[in-house]
Design a protein around this ligand. Structure first.
Ligand SMILES: *Cc1c(COP(=O)(O)O)cnc(C)c1O
Length: 463
């Protein structure tokens, strides 16, 4: 799409409309953008449910034989086509050679995760030695905080968002209690300004500048799960370091969504899950990052045999030879059945590259925004009139692929109407519909179909 280089998404959509001699909102524009999309073939690497296969489908509303409009990769990514094959290979290996599978075959179980860590590291902008794949996200957050959160009388606080994901909030709360401290005093929460829905970077930096001396750890999300806001991780890290705080990020909604440079930004630690944008399947293997600058100074509070140097791990002499950095944080041997689907997905990411994906993502989400702004009123100050209000920042640099939408109608009603019509998206209490066109497998036509369907869903309730 070289001819559109340098244009904003709305300029691109309007240029295509002129080029094709049709309205910029025509489905033809979506088809054209799909044809021009160099990443289009990647959709074929994933298994997309048909409308009729969804349990919520209502045959009165739509034809069930088409692909569903899957805009919920921010919650559970689609199954990579190769996941099943890789899983079958390991099940077969287990059947045929049993315990020898630990060291034999293309994916020896005893170090299976090591084979995919380079791809994982590339995706988050880290060196391979800075990344470990293990456990679940919340477990990794705990393991990291056990080492990074060393409160003193003066510096005892953890800074996080007031509306952090519940698991992160609970993890931080319990870490504070574990040290004999009181969350009321040691948990510092930042909220948007009154009347605003997302945080201003300047306000986050301001709190750090003002309160930094009492903050032990700044613990933020990379992309906010509810609003879709992408935080300026580089600036937050720098501000935290200026005040002597450790800075960590939960990248659950950022990994595979935004371009991350955890190493170059100097982030101290990070964790993320892999079943959202990284498509590893429910409960998939999570990631942890510790910057190499800490490799000899930050050690795990809890240890297990998988943190032992591989070369001597199996000598069983009970003398710990701890691997440096995040590798020393490993506790248990790896679940090979979780490695398989993650490998299948990371291979697709590796082929595409995060920079190219992000480029498509900016246009794809910009297109979604364009159509919503075109078709629906945004005025949410007059609740008696129908509106669709976008909570997510309009600045593309401050968001990933997700847009969070609020409606004049009750959110459950909108959600059910969409589900009946073959849309898979996500309702978040109290009042948001999260819609995430994922550049890896979503098309411009998906976005166009979604906005048309949304129009029908809303009209059905304004008779
Ligand atoms: C999805 C998500 C989690 C989920 O935690 P698990 O330990 O994987 O169950 C936690 N935190 C954030 C920010 C998330 O988006």
């Amino acid at each position: 799409m070289a001819q559109f280089e340098g244009l904003t998404p709305s300029q691109t959509v309007e240029s295509v409309g002129r080029l094709l001699g049709c309205s910029p909102t025509s489905a033809k524009v979506a088809e054209y953008l799909d044809q021009q999309d160099p990443l289009r073939p990647l959709r074929g690497e994933f298994l997309l449910p048909k409308v009729s296969e969804l349990p919520t489908y209502d045959s009165v509303e739509v034809d069930g034989s088409t692909d569903c409009i899957y805009l919920v990769g921010n919650s559970l990514g689609l199954q990579p086509r190769l996941a099943q094959r890789y899983l079958m290979e390991e099940l077969e290996k287990w059947a045929k050679i049993g315990v020898h599978g630990h060291t034999d075959g293309a994916r020896p179980w005893a170090w299976a995760e090591n084979n995919i860590e380079q791809m994982m590291a590339d995706l988050v902008g880290a060196k391979r030695e800075e990344v470990a794949l293990m456990n679940g996200l919340t477990v990794n957050l705990h393991l990291l905080l056990l080492s990074f959160y060393k409160p003193t009388a003066l510096r005892h606080k953890i800074l996080l968002e007031a509306k952090a994901f519940p698991s992160d909030h609970y993890a931080v709360e319990s870490q504070i209690r574990l040290r004999g401290l009181n969350p009321e005093e040691s948990m510092l929460l930042v909220s948007p300004r009154p009347g605003e829905e997302t945080l201003r970077t300047e306000d986050i930096l301001d709190v750090i500048a003002k309160e930094g001396e009492s903050i032990a750890v700044v613990m933020f999300s990379g992309v906010q799960y509810y609003t879709g806001q992408l935080f300026d991780m580089a600036a937050i890290t720098e501000a935290g370091h200026r005040k002597g705080c450790y800075v960590g990020f939960d990248c659950a909604h950022a990994a595979g969504n935004a371009v991350l440079q955890l190493h170059d930004w100097g982030v101290d630690f990070a964790c993320w899950c892999s079943y959202k944008y990284l498509n590893s399947g429910a409960g998939g293997l999570a990631g942890a990052f510790i910057h190499e600058k800490h490799k000899d100074t930050i050690t795990p509070a809890l240890t297990g045999w998988w943190g032992h140097d591989l070369k001597t791990r199996f000598q069983m002499n009970n003398v710990m030879e701890l691997q440096p950095g995040v590798s020393g944080f490993r506790l248990s041997n790896q679940p090979i059945l979780l490695v398989c689907p993650l490998q299948a997905s990371l291979e697709v990411f590796h082929k595409a590259g995060m920079v190219a994906l992000r480029k498509k993502s900016l246009l794809l989400t910009g297109y979604l925004e364009y159509l919503i702004l075109h078709y629906f009123s945004q005025d949410h100050t007059q609740p008696q009139k129908p509106y669709v209000h976008i909570l997510t920042p309009s600045d593309p640099q401050q968001r990933g692929c997700q847009l969070s939408l609020c409606f004049s109608l009750p959110i459950r009603t909108v959600f059910q109407e969409l589900e009946k019509r073959g849309v898979a998206c996500d309702l978040r209490e109290p009042s948001v519909l999260r819609v995430a066109p994922v550049p890896l497998y979503n098309s411009f036509s998906d976005v166009h179909r979604f906005v048309e369907t949304l129009g029908g869903a809303l009209r059905a309730n304004y008779s």
